[in-house]
Design a protein around this ligand. Structure first.
Ligand code: NAP
Length: 339
């Protein structure tokens, strides 16, 4: 059914009712797109204007994504995902979703321009956002020495002394990447042992440019136009000290992006969207969620992709259960192979 007619974007309503709209374009969103497009559900994906591709766009080598024995760069992997989803007909719009109305049989998606779209099902794969330390001067100095992305900003810190905050894989990865440019990298961690995987720990310990400050929290950031140092407090002794650095990379994990669904969907105590595991069903019929936005534990590209696949299959089953039956038709493998 297509009842949509040519109208200026200022008249905001699109009357087409899509079978599925996917919100978010990391490994979960793109995998859901590959599966739903191969099921002839003509998915419409809102991939975001600045966050398209998700967290892997800010990653360098991905060594643990199966199928790439030599590893693959994060942005290259996401380009593969996008091409594969496009190949089967996913319509990808690099737009930001501003609001969702998820109750009722027909869901409404409003994008930043004000245009609205309708769908029988929604797959939420909005991922997660960098966590902040919550310090007074953090926002003010963001972009002036404080960063959340070494691959984006590392180049600007040639021959400088840099601090990386955090003890997980992200912190190790950021620190190792920064050693290509920096004079020194100091990892500040709040405990005396790292959360990072053994292989990443070993690499960090083995890098002569990397130092560690253990059991310490950052209590402040100084600098007028640009960062000049951070204040530290030892959690065991209470001792306070200053570390002179001109760059601070914050790598303390991520929080699920749930702003669009707060008050509409049940969330877990960890703040992720609650799903009826192992399915991707949320607390509202026709609304499914996948990837980091549902996962407080594993948070790997491959697990996100796996739940994206689950969401796509859940959508197929849900649509088939509606009065009128299955709208989509799976593209036979032989046919798909010739696309
Ligand atoms: P993470 O594993 O949750 O680690 C966050 C780190 O930041 C922890 O060491 C934590 O300390 C610390 N932290 C959290 N809040 C803090 C605060 N307010 N102040 C100071 N420190 C704080 O997050 P992640 O490193 O971003 O990794 C997320 C997931 O992605 C993990 O599953 C990881 O394996 C995966 N990942 C994998 C790779 C790779 O394989 N190459 C690369 C990046 C990420 P505590 O340890 O004390 O809790």
């Amino acid at each position: 059914m297509s009842t949509e007619t040519e109208r200026p974007a200022s008249e905001t309503g699109h009357e087409d009712i899509h079978d599925v709209i996917i919100v978010g374009s990391g490994p979960a969103g793109y995998t859901a797109a590959v599966y739903t497009s191969r099921a002839a559900l003509n998915p419409l994906m809102f991939a975001s204007s600045v966050e398209a591709g998700g967290e892997l766009m800010n990653t360098t080598d991905v060594e643990n994504y199966p199928g790439f024995p030599e590893g693959v760069m994060g942005p290259d992997l996401m380009e593969h995902f996008e091409k594969q989803a496009s190949r089967f007909g996913t319509r990808i719009e690099f737009e930001d979703v501003a609001a969702l109305e998820l109750s009722g049989d027909i869901k409404k998606v409003t994008i930043a321009s004000g245009e609205t779209y309708q769908a029988r099902t929604i797959i939420l794969s909005t991922g997660s956002a960098y966590r902040e330390l919550g310090l007074k001067d953090e926002k003010r100095l963001s972009g002036h020495g404080v960063s959340w992305c070494a691959t984006c900003d590392g180049f600007f810190f040639k021959d400088q002394d840099i601090a990386v905050i955090g003890g997980g894989d992200s912190a190790m990865e950021e620190a190792l990447f920064l050693t290509k440019f920096a004079k020194s990298v100091t990892i500040v961690h709040r405990r005396d042992s790292l959360r990072a995987s053994k292989i990443m720990q070993d690499r960090a310990f083995g890098n002569p440019k990397i130092n560690f400050v253990w059991n310490s929290e950052v209590t402040g950031m100084s600098g007028d136009a640009k960062v000049s140092g951070i204040s530290l407090k030892n959690n065991l002794t209470g001792d306070e000290s200053e570390l002179a650095v001109t760059g601070v990379f914050v790598a303390i994990g991520n929080d699920p992006r749930v702003d669009l669904v707060k008050g509409q969907l049940d969330l877990t105590s960890e703040g992720t969207i609650a799903v009826q595991a192992p399915s991707s069903k949320t607390s509202l019929p026709g609304v499914f969620a996948a990837g980091d936005v549902v996962d407080p534990t594993y948070r790997q590209a491959i697990t996100a992709a796996g739940t994206g696949c689950i969401a796509a299959i859940d959508v197929e089953h849900y649509l088939a259960s509606l009065p009128g039956g299955a709208p989509g038709q799976t593209v036979p493998v032989e046919e798909a192979a010739t696309v």
